[in-house]
Design a protein around this ligand. Sequence first.
Ligand code: ZN
Length: 192
Amino acid sequence: MNVECPHCSESDQTVGVPHALSDAAHPLGPVEHGALLPPPAPAPPKVAHSKVANVLYTVAGLVGAMMVMNLGNGLPDPEETTAAYRAGYVFGPLILAVPLALAGLAVQLATKQRRAEAVRESAQVQHALWGRRHWVWQAVWLCRRCRVCFVPEGALGPGSAASPAIAVAQLPMWVTATADRAPGVPGVSATR
Ligand SMILES: [Zn+2]
């Protein structure tokens, strides 16, 4: 394939980036190699805890800590207090802490499905964006003479314009910007 470099207008030193990365006959420097690597796949999504549940757990934990501190200070003087007072002193915080922790758990369970759904949708968008970036990346060429990257005319769909020469270090940013700008990523426009 005869692909001209936009910098030197020659095609003898141009090579597709995926090929340039694996070509043992023309090894790349480590920095150049890093900049030419394909866009990293998105990290697997995690369902976060409910924020409300986290607050309830924290308060329950503080109340529990208060109870431990009370116990650490020793029991009230049995001569001056009733048994009921002492029981309240020791177990009183539990009356607060247990319902708070249970409420936290209830909120956590009640919102679990909704949170999982939101995470799944966001993961789909991330995956679609990544697919798009990968698609842009695989169309990029390198000129070994000028050490610049470029995308030939028509490589990103029929009639797509040729890119200017792109410094290798700028390539990851350029790929991201070009992919995110391109229309037709399912689900992306709806969440912006
Ligand atoms: Zn060139």
